[in-house]
Design a protein around this ligand. Sequence first.
Ligand code: SF4
Length: 228
Amino acid sequence: MIRSSGKAKKSRLIEILAGLYPGAGTDLSYNSTFQLLVAVMLSAQCTDRQVNKITGKLFEKYRDPEDFARLEEEDLAEEIKGVGLYRNKSRNIVKASRLLVDNHHSRVPQNRDDLEALPGVGRKTANVVLNVAFHAPVMPVDTHVFRVSHRLGLSAGKTPEAVEKDLEEIIPPDLMGTMHHCLILHGRRVCRARSPLCGECRLAELCPEHRSKVLTPGRNPEARSQNE
Ligand code: SF4
């Protein structure tokens, strides 16, 4: 049985996770940082697969900020109808593209303040662009990263920002990009929201959530039946 505690335990969890998903990266398809930004903006409440289906055709017709800046919001909305909230997303993408053309020489800025000043770009979207495109040591926290980090005891932060801060303190900067996707993949494939597959999880021995289920009869149907 693996025994370790505190910082060493967290480091060990990170090491194992990185080993479970070697080469983990984004599933979004793009050919430039600008296209990544558009894809991430489209991905809110939508699967990467669906986004790729839309952008596959979209990026053949419109490639850079100038192309998108020339579009009317309604025209882009028609092109991206397959994603949720497409009217809002269309408005934000057209406005953001115009700002990039007017204020940033048609380039995606490499800093958080300028990114978050773009319409429709919040902290998580900015972090994804900074992490994936610019390899900045920042951690985007989505629902999977938040849940898995809590269950593994990597963070007890109550907000995405607090979890982000905790993860950035314990994950080595050069692993931040990989770990972002490892946490997402683990959340999608194993540590699912409703029914985590703890029996198949390589992290179970070190996982506080799993250990508390095993040790607390009320949270573990098997333990309860043995005690009755
Ligand atoms: S042991 Fe269970 S709760 Fe812990 S990380 Fe694995 S799947 Fe999630």
